[in-house]
Design a protein around this ligand. Structure first.
Ligand SMILES: [Zn+2]
Length: 511
């Protein structure tokens, strides 16, 4: 007997069974009851939140002869015909594989013919943002004057990629991520129906890992079912999710919190060479930091983990500070978005981790931390008899040498180029680099830390820079120069001076 995925097996057939989208199902039911049905709908939201499921229910409901509270009855002859294999009244089209203009033209040809079984022909176009421009234009013509008996339901995870002309023709419904609570309930219901025994924490962990997606949570539940014969434990779930490296993730988080650049880069390398994806690593570090914060703030009950892992977390939580954790969470949660525009995912992760470790800085939090460190060092120097005289508010900021026009224009244009075209990681790396000189047709870049030097030395990065320079028509070569033996203190002071220049804060440090 072939196995049907849980997600398909338990796919809701009525609006009542759809999870966590009441704001949408109620409106749709209302439209069906009052007969105020539109010709074009846009269902948008994250994957696995019920867009296609609702589209299918709606498509059957508009045709059902005896709808029950707005949902298809499943018993009448139309419901039966629509459910059969040969049905052509409800067409589901995957725009990812049928994105060309010819295919949309074919739809336009076919919409002329009235439905065979029910009142309406319904076209469900999945991943509609994947259509080409000309296909969108063809679709728009159909949306402008659809035959009375045709309904289009466009589904997409990325509504912002749709042309405004299409958006304005559609009734839009935004599907929300489903709460972990509802996902937990749903998984339990299904496990009970399947006769599967489980530990509560195991199911809660699956729901959390589903991240708001019914489909994802059920896919994980599926894997768990096939891997564990007896009662499902949290350990089983962690194994299935490839989360056996929790120790390694915790170690990486620890290095970030300790601000150890070398360790961070080594640990990331270890994890990626184990085949873990960059976005998975970022997510796991994020979860680890979040768990640490929960433990630290006395909300340990929110952490779903084995007792043995909890012991480790408690020790680590005791030895780190809340602000640092906040910094890790903030920076790591932006990694996913940055990855979309990046050709060097590993660099994005490294930069975020180094930044979270306050080793590379481009923000006020890190600047604050650096100033504190600097102040401490100055105090030490004063104790050792070195003169350090902070000046009052009216003191002027230390002048920073103006870059030569040529230099600033090439570098500035390069920065603008990456801001527009991405990758964002490279853009922020460039923004952090102030020591740049144009010398006889050579752009000499001196990164300010070893970590940044390593990033600039990545062949992929230099390749991107060379390509950007040629796009910009700048006939210059680049040279990456390693900062030589400059004492840490000087580097720190220089960097802070540069950051302060032009800013509101004023600081003058005399040595
Ligand atoms: Zn029916």
């Amino acid at each position: 007997m072939s196995y049907t995925a849980l997600y398909r097996k338990y796919r809701p057939l009525t609006f009542d069974d759809v999870i966590g989208q009441n704001h949408i199902t109620e409106t749709l039911i209302n439209q069906l009851k009052t007969g105020r049905i539109g010709h074009a709908y846009l269902f948008t939201g994250s994957r696995g939140t019920g867009k296609t499921t609702c589209a299918k229910i709606f498509a059957r409901a508009v045709n059902c002869l005896n709808p029950e509270n707005g949902s298809p009855c499943g018993k009448c002859k139309v419901c039966k015909a629509l459910g059969s294999a040969g049905d052509i009244d409800i067409m589901e089209i995957d725009a990812a594989s049928n994105n060309r203009v010819d295919e949309v033209r074919e739809i336009r040809e076919r919409v002329k013919y009235p439905p065979v079984n029910g009142k309406y022909k319904v076209y469900i176009i999945d991943e509609v943002h994947m259509l080409t421009d000309s296909a969108f234009n063809a679709l728009l013509k159909t949306l402008e004057e659809p035959p009375e008996f045709v309904i289009f339901i466009l589904a997409t995870t990325e509504a912002h990629k749709l042309p405004a002309t299409i958006l304005s023709r559609c009734m839009r419904f935004d599907f929300r991520l489903v709460s972990a609570e509802l996902l937990t309930e749903n998984i339990k219901k299904i496990f009970n129906a399947e006769g599967k025994k489980y530990d509560d924490e195991a199911v809660r962990f699956i729901a959390g890992a589903g991240e708001g997606s019914v489909r994802d949570s059920l896919s994980i539940a599926d894997m768990c079912l096939s891997r564990s014969a007896g009662k499902l434990t949290l350990g089983d779930v962690l194994d299935v999710l490839g989360a056996a490296d929790r120790g390694k993730i915790r170690a990486l988080t620890k290095s970030i919190l300790a601000g150890d650049a070398r360790d961070i880069l080594i640990k990331i390398d270890e994890l990626t060479s184990l085949g873990k994806s960059v976005s998975r690593i970022a997510k796991d570090v994020l979860l680890c930091a979040r768990d640490l914060l929960a433990v630290k703030t006395g909300a340990e009950s929110l952490v779903i983990d084995t007792e043995e892992n909890l012991v480790e977390l408690r020790t680590l939580a005791e030895n780190c500070d809340g602000d640092a954790l906040g910094c890790v969470i903030r920076l790591l949660s932006s990694v996913d978005a940055e990855l979309r525009y990046s050709v060097s995912p590993k660099i994005v992760l490294e930069t975020a981790c180094l930044r979270a470790g306050k080793l590379v800085s481009d923000d006020t939090a890190a600047l604050g931390a650096r100033i504190t460190r600097l102040e401490n060092r100055i105090e030490q120097l004063i104790e050792n008899g070195v003169s350090a005289k902070p000046q009052a508010q009216e003191a002027t900021a230390t002048p920073v040498p103006e870059p030569t026009p040529d230099n600033s224009s090439v570098w500035g244009r390069l920065i603008t180029y990456f801001r527009k075209n991405g990758p964002m990681s490279l853009y922020s790396l460039l923004c952090n680099t102030h020591n740049v000189d144009l010398d006889g047709g050579v752009l000499k870049i001196t990164p300010e830390s070893d970590a940044e030097y390593l990033q600039f030395s990545d062949p992929e990065v230099s390749d991107l820079i060379v390509r950007a320079l040629s796009v910009l028509g700048a006939n210059v070569k680049t040279e990456i120069i390693k900062q030589q033996g400059k004492p840490d203190m000087d580097t720190e002071i220089d960097r802070i001076k540069k950051m302060m220049a032009g800013g509101k804060a004023k600081l003058n440090i005399t040595r």
